[in-house]
Design a protein around this ligand. Structure first.
Ligand code: SF4
Length: 243
């Protein structure tokens, strides 16, 4: 079994409640969405680059698509990792590969929560789930948002927190989002998650501005009032220039 992988490296998690933990990262190629703030390189995949020494800036290259043992072997090279972050792109495009991976570390899945079938497939194999809840404003074709919402709720149901699995939600906040709608959407999933991270967008591409501080804090207040554990956590790895 094989899957296209853009890069494999070791770093500290830069987002969410596990910020700072040391992880191996496997960045799969390709995504089924097109968020306006996406900073993941698109286009021809070429070879997979594999970081030789954590933070050393030296990479070797592997031919794509990669086999299961090749990925496991790269991960084993990074010592003292808390878990392996499967990210993208969208890792659930390769749910069968993830199911078969058995990397020897807990799996931390970063997903856009748009592929319920894939979510159901890997539910028994992942220990941590960082699930996106996209805002309508992040969709270039906003009409597609309703379709996404249905799939997103299904994914949170399949990957919900249990005694063996943590699942938290993440909202990348743009300036001027419809907070009424957002609170209603959160109410559909909050019983499935341990906390909800409000992550002010890091300006990129067509997005020039993040949300105002007052906007973020007012949304946090509304969510806390409803019993949702809402935390504001910006992207930390961008501050110190890590991958
Ligand atoms: S889900 Fe992630 S990788 Fe896919 S387009 Fe959105 S930001 Fe980019």
């Amino acid at each position: 079994m094989r899957a296209p992988v853009r890069e494999i490296f070791c770093s500290a998690q830069g987002e969410g409640p596990y910020v700072g933990v040391r992880q191996a990262f496997v960045r799969f190629e390709g995504c089924n969405l097109e968020c306006v703030y996406c900073d993941t390189p698109q286009g021809p995949i070429g070879k997979c680059r594999v970081e030789v020494r954590p933070g050393g800036g030296e990479f070797m290259e592997l031919e794509n698509p990669l086999g299961l043992e090749e990925v496991r072997c790269c991960i084993r090279g990074y010592k003292q990792a808390h878990s392996v972050s499967l990210t993208g792109g969208e890792p659930l495009l390769y749910a069968d590969f993830i199911k078969a991976l058995k990397p020897g570390l807990d799996i931390y899945l970063e997903t856009n929560m748009a592929l319920p079938e894939g979510a159901r497939k890997v539910a028994g194999d992942v220990r941590y789930v960082a699930g996106d809840l996209k805002v309508r404003e992040s969709f270039p074709e906003r009409a597609k948002y309703d379709e996404y919402l249905e799939a997103m709720v299904e994914c949170f149901k399949a990957l919900r927190k249990t005694g063996d699995r943590d699942c938290f939600g993440k909202i990348v906040l743009l300036r001027g989002v419809d907070q009424e709608e957002l609170v209603e959407v959160v109410e559909q999933i909050w019983e499935y998650i341990s906390c909800l991270v409000l992550q002010p967008v890091t300006p990129h591409g067509v997005v020039s501005w993040g949300p105002r501080v007052g906007e973020v804090l007012s949304l946090q207040e509304r969510l806390l009032e409803r019993g949702v554990e809402a935390r504001v956590i910006p992207q930390a790895h961008k501050l110190w220039g890590a991958m």
